[in-house]
Design a protein around this ligand. Sequence first.
Ligand code: MN
Length: 497
Amino acid sequence: MSFTEKKPSIWLVAGSQHLYGQNALKQVEINARLVTEGLNALGLPFDIVYKTMATRSEEATAFCRQANFDPDCAGVITWMHTFSPAKMWTLGLRLLEKPMLQLHTQLGAHIPWDSIDMDFMNLHQTAHGGREFGYMSARLRKPFTVAVGHWKEDRVKTRLTDWMRVCAGLFESRSLKVARFGDNMRGVAVTEGDKVEAQIRFGYEVDAYSIGDLTASIAEVSDQQVEQLVSQYEDLYTLSEVAQKGGSKRQNVLDAARIEIGLRNFLEAGNYKAFTTNFQTLEGIKQLPGLAVQRLMASGYGFAGEGDWKTAALVRTLKVMAQGLPQGTSFMEDYTYDFEPGRDLTLGAHMLEVCPSLAGTKPVLDVIALGIGGKADPARLIFSSAPGEAINVGLMDMGNRFRLLINEVTVLTQPQPLPKLPVACAVWTYKPDFVTGVEGWIIAGGGHHTALSLALSSWHVCSLADELGVECVVIDQNTTIRDLQNELRWNESFYRT
Ligand code: MN
């Protein structure tokens, strides 16, 4: 978990009541602490802090209020150890703004058939109490996640881990600052959107800068800093002949390093974690920032080209959610198809800006002419994505709401070399099949820019969308066009307000 400076914590509360006496309550608290310690020993992304036991509405409300106000609390786990009559949770759950996971577990995995008596039953009644609590959450229309199973089991660990990734995404989204250098690419519709509504809904703070602000930051970079960074390039990548020391395009590599440092310094100074560029707005920059963008993405920044701040923010959010996982997450664009019924595929790339976290092998650093932007030949990393199951996620402003659109895809090993296309790329097929995947994406208004993640699943993004109150449409192995059309129509009613 290295992309965020501050590691948030998760709070746990045990729900109970006074019906069974003080000894029972003492035991509930002892068990809740024991389970918290046990969960922390599983190696989850964030630490769980046992906070309190709630047995009255005053306690339940106070817990929820404290969780809201603590800036480091990224989510709460509720465990109804005994029966906790849910009216006491009414105000607390109405107020609670942090994501919630209902841990539907019990201290022991098995029923002690020979010795179980009424006292044991009364103390270990999550099966019963969890339903009462779930009713109140459902009655209040509160989004929440449920983890079912014994707390030592992998299925509980998996659900907790996945949910904590969603908490991390929400935590990041609500304070995410995006810097834009220039505006959107002229004429393009899908990259536009309501920035005020995006801040209300997602938390994105989107600020525009002139390219002159960036050139000023680049001008402050010293030659020594550039040399140091280029020696890092030499450790990490295979440099082409022209990019090596003494090579004919070596200066372009030095210029790219200078751009990277200036850009990084600018973003750090403003606490921006995502940014956009536009190849139409590069006045004073020697080359299109390709290598710089790729390396910033690899260190956790969100990015999208052509002023696409929505996708840049999405890439950052997904990167935070995927922290610690070996598979990559990147800005992506569907480029060109290979049509062959049954074996159709898509070549995805961008001009240069694909994140090396996707790379299956050591990237090549090369400097080659680019026929767009009218600048010096840009440095870039060239590689092909590692294969694997992935999600391709788009974010569109539909006028009355934002829509997150997910297509589950399978990234393939690049089938052929691309000797005349010196860019980073990925090759994939769509679920449920090529035609339905593409047709569905277009019907749903999905744009050409996406966040591609081999690390996350649809579950992560759908759960994040639920927490944000944002529409989320999934095209997966079960999708049919008729069902998708209906879902889009029904969603039009659901999101009318
Ligand atoms: Mn583009």
